[in-house]
Design a protein around this ligand. Structure first.
Ligand SMILES: [Zn+2]
Length: 100
């Protein structure tokens, strides 16, 4: 059961669901042209100490209990970065492995 698919909360059975198409955060102070910006999934280093955001979040929130489902979008350019804890876990690899 999921808020997104069923419009029913798996925790409290609530049927009223807030949909937030894109989660935002406050922009850089004093930068008036960008008072708000998307909350990014990760910040990735493009050049030396210059970071740009990758990915955005959509959420479904139960009005009754606040349970929240997060869905990430725009991750095509995401790359693994072990140093910063970004890893792609592949469940298929475990299934195909030698130790079935
Ligand atoms: Zn709920």
């Amino acid at each position: 059961m999921s808020l997104k698919k069923d419009l029913r909360c798996p925790h409290c059975e609530g049927r009223e669901v807030w949909h937030i198409a894109e989660m935002h955060e406050r922009g850089e102070a004093g930068v008036l042209e960008r008072p708000i910006q998307p909350l990014n999934v990760v910040l990735q280093e493009r050049f030396f100490k210059l970071y740009s955001g990758t990915g955005t979040f959509e959420t479904y929130i139960c009005k009754g209990c606040g349970f929240t489902e997060w869905y990430a979008h725009g991750l095509d350019e995401l790359h693994a970065d072990e140093k910063h804890g970004v890893r792609l876990l592949d469940g298929r690899a475990a299934e195909d492995g030698p130790y079935r």
